[in-house]
Design a protein around this ligand. Structure first.
Ligand code: HEM
Length: 439
């Protein structure tokens, strides 16, 4: 137990999987902890930051836009943007490079394509102003988390940083607002061809939110903008960071790379991704790749910490946790705890093979959190990451100049986990002679 220096709040650290389960499942722990405060100015009442009273209704509606049929349609966008990424990476062949910025632009294009139905073409260097606004907004949130004075709303609201953040948020909101207006006009005119409004069969999140709003289900215009911003924020960096770590792991462990590629050879033979792009139904056969992503998320959980505010007293392990305290779960420590993960710092994707899963306590592995307020985008994230990484490995081989052990890769926790030093890899064009594997 300790006091949070930013807020003077009581923080209770929860470390045992059984206790974590109680917290994440409890109806009295549906509100987010004080540490999420800097996100509220930016994401408003979007599902990530909304109080439980608003969250309940919004979550239900948004969850409906993550069903299998919609995901299947989104796959076209994942594949298309993955292909653009491959072309961009073609210029980097032979160099030792940090791929993160390239991957992030790809995930941003994907999230905008699937949440707004708009091609932002960030990967083609378009809409730089929006990217800068996003980047600065993120940096300002991070400085608030790191600085005890800026964390306080009263002080922050008096600073130039607050005004700068508001300027960026207003700009982003005005872009989303215009897209909503275009869609509304197109709908009213019944003239879908005039705008980039999605056809009914290609519904994006925004269409679903607008329909819910028209049916009187709770969403105001500002509420819709908050949800779109939330999905953009929650869905882009998280997948980009996870893929960046995963790609480094694959480059760092050539024997694992060979196994992932062999699995892809089974599915596609030596056809290249342009002639045989990944299809939604292929994803079920990428089991080993999934294990590699899961193991990466174990040692490098992209969201390294989760916090909940107790709205009632809660009895846990014979103690009463008082109403108003914040329960904090440090996923990074949990995932590296030897008690639950023997040889925790050994990278071993086989831990996630079905036959080895029986001994894993479900709450000792929570990269997407768990319970009613878990990540709404788990399946979306897994599908998009599998498509991008599979396309990458079918196009390029990956190497590192110097192999690193897990404990040599230093990380820091801000909003999300980040490597302290860039994770550089060397990419080479894959020759379709399948015996040519990295040594
Ligand atoms: C590898 C990628 C991802 C990881 C590791 C991840 C992880 C998480 C975690 C741990 C939470 C719970 C946070 C908390 O309670 O504080 C969360 C919530 C959330 N995630 Fe993800 N996420 C990922 C991708 C995505 C994607 C692609 C989307 C959307 C397209 C998304 C949308 C959300 C939303 C909206 C929430 C808030 C849910 C709620 O409070 O009801 N995430 N995510």
């Amino acid at each position: 137990m300790q006091k949070d220096i930013n807020s003077n709040n009581l923080l209770i650290f929860i470390t045992e999987p059984d206790h974590i389960k109680t917290i994440l499942q409890s109806s009295s722990c549906l509100n987010k902890a004080i540490m999420y405060k800097p996100f509220k100015n930016v994401l408003g009442t979007g599902v990530f930051t909304a109080p439980a009273s608003i969250w309940v209704g919004h979550r239900k509606i948004i969850a409906s836009s993550f069903n299998t049929n919609i995901l299947r349609i989104f796959c076209d966008t994942f594949v298309e943007e993955a292909s653009i990424l491959m072309d961009k990476l073609g210029h980097l062949v032979g160099d030792e490079v940090d791929l993160f910025d390239y991957i992030l632009l790809c995930t941003l294009d994907i999230i905008c394509g699937t949440s707004l139905g708009i091609k932002m073409e960030y990967q083609s260097n378009k809409n730089r102003l929006l990217i800068e606004a996003l980047q600065r907004t993120k940096e300002i949130i991070i400085s608030r988390i790191r600085n005890v004075f800026l964390f306080s709303d009263i002080i922050f609201n008096l600073t130039p940083l607050c005004r700068e953040q508001q300027k960026h948020v207003n700009y982003g909101n005005s872009v989303t607002g215009k897209i909503i207006q275009q869609k509304e006009e197109a709908r009213n005119n019944l003239d879908v061809t005039k705008s980039e409004c999605a056809k009914p069969s290609r519904k994006v999140f925004l269409d679903i939110l607008m329909e819910a709003s028209n049916e009187g289900k709770k969403f105001t215009r500002k509420g819709i903008i908050d949800e779109v911003n939330t999905l953009t924020a929650a869905g882009s960096d998280s997948t980009a960071i996870t893929m960046n770590f995963t790609i480094f792991m694959i480059a760092n462990f050539p024997e694992i790379q060979k196994k992932v590629y062999d699995e892809l050879l089974e599915i596609y033979g030596t056809q290249d991704p342009k002639s045989a792009p990944v299809k939604f139904d292929d994803l079920q056969y990428m089991n080993y790749l999934e294990c590699v992503i899961k193991e990466t998320l174990r040692v490098f959980p992209t969201v390294p910490i989760v916090g909940r505010r107790l709205t009632e007293d809660l009895i846990l392990g014979g103690h009463t946790l008082p109403q108003g305290a914040d329960a904090i779960i440090t996923t990074l420590a949990l995932h590296r705890n030897e008690k639950y993960w023997p040889n925790a710092l050994t990278f071993d994707p086989d831990r996630f093979l079905p036959e080895n899963m029986t001994n894993i306590h479900p709450y000792s592995y929570i990269p997407f959190s768990n319970g009613p307020r878990n990540c709404i985008g788990v399946r979306y994230a897994m599908a998009s990451m599998k498509i991008i990484i599979a396309t990458l490995l079918r196009t390029y081989t990956l190497k590192v100049d110097k192999k690193m052990e897990i404990d040599q890769i230093e990380v820091h926790m801000d909003i999300m986990l980040a490597p302290l030093h860039p994770l550089k890899v060397r990419i080479e064009k894959r020759s379709f002679d399948c015996t040519t594997m990295p040594t």
